[in-house]
Design a protein around this ligand. Structure first.
Ligand code: PBG
Length: 327
């Protein structure tokens, strides 16, 4: 009887760590990672976010320190979220030159210069008393076009304070075009736009709403954010944003939408970012805290999968820690 040797032996290349490293198709690098950071007005001490162990609402000073550490670790960029002390119907702190975001931006721009890429989340929900991403009409609807005027003004305020990339996350139609026009007219032709082009109406944002104190006081975001059941409209959103002047596009959340990350990567020729959101972070932290998952391996695998799906840039709350581990 002749022994049948398998012709194909994929296991040969898995035999040693060195072989596996040699043939790995996907690599993570610190420069691919962007750290989302929260800065809150009117607190004396950084405040832990209960639903996101390890994440802080920063003071002005603690933000500067954490930003330095992230840059030392080699992260590719920072994205800032501001939480004002006072909120109102139009989110007037959002474009106030002395608002928390603008103050923090000037700090970081003077501390860090061009050592990293300073980005901003551009939205109204952290600044409005109703917690919605736009201007709300008397009947409780979000007025798309009135909101665009606010976004345009916020973009100019953020650029003036030192943002080098603004990232509109409110999912209003036409937001990228409105912001591009306003930036150009104000002389900020060099400020880039990272569109949160594909943004699903996701339960995975739950913990973030604690961190940014922006839970809607009534209703939800399903009239502007995308239905998780749909894929095709993602490309429509992406192409519209690129036509309007987006320099980079984002898919959010990341892990539960890897199919969309891949479709977008294959369809466009601009950098594609993916946002590993608060819920993706907190699930892994919670399971690890219970001893149910190996924390470090799970974090690494989750990020590798997002890269493998096609993301060039990953926004992750683990950016500093992972960047250090990769160096
Ligand atoms: C809106 C915004 C949200 C997130 C980023 N920008 C919340 C929302 O749309 O409800 C979520 C980020 C996360 O969950 O980590 N400003």
């Amino acid at each position: 009887m002749t022994v049948m040797f398998p012709v194909t032996r994929p296991r040969r290349l898995r035999r040693t760590p060195a072989l596996r490293r040699l043939v790995a198709e996907t690599r993570l690098a610190p420069a691919d990672l962007v750290l989302p950071m929260f800065v809150k007005e009117g607190i004396d001490e950084a405040k832990p976010v209960a639903s996101m162990p390890g994440v802080l609402q920063h003071t002005r000073d603690s933000l500067r320190k954490a930003a330095h550490e992230a840059v030392e670790a080699g992260v590719g960029g920072l994205i800032l979220f501001g939480i004002p002390a006072e909120k109102d119907g139009t989110g007037s702190a959002a474009d106030d030159p002395s608002g928390v975001m603008q103050v923090a931006l000037r700090d970081l721009a003077s501390d860090l210069g061009d050592a990293t890429v300073i980005m901003t989340d551009l939205c109204l929900d952290e600044y409005t008393d109703h917690g919605h991403c736009g201007i709300v009409t008397a009947s409780g609807e979000i007025d798309n076009d009135a909101t665009l005027e606010r976004y345009a003004s916020i973009a100019v305020a953020q650029a003036a304070a030192g943002a080098s990339v603004v990232a509109p996350s409110g999912m209003m139609d036409g937001q990228v075009g409105a912001i591009r026009t306003a930036l150009d007219q104000a002389g900020y032709t060099g400020v880039s736009i990272l569109g949160y082009s594909v943004k699903y109406s996701s339960a995975y944002y739950g913990p973030f709403r604690d961190a940014a104190e922006c839970a809607p006081q009534f209703g939800d975001r399903s009239t502007h954010q995308q239905d998780p059941a749909n894929a095709a409209e993602s490309l429509r959103e992406v192409f519209a944003d690129i036509d309007e002047g987006a320099d980079m596009v984002m898919v959010k959340p990341a892990g539960p939408y890897l199919d969309i990350v891949r479709q977008v990567r294959d369809a466009v020729d601009v950098p594609v970012a993916a946002y590993q959101v608060s819920g993706e972070y907190s699930m892994i932290e919670a399971a690890a805290a219970n001893g149910w998952l190996d924390r470090d391996r799970t974090i690494h695998e989750s990020l590798t999968s997002i890269r493998r799906a096609g993301a060039d840039i990953i926004l992750t709350y683990w950016a500093t820690e992972v960047a250090r581990a990769l160096r």
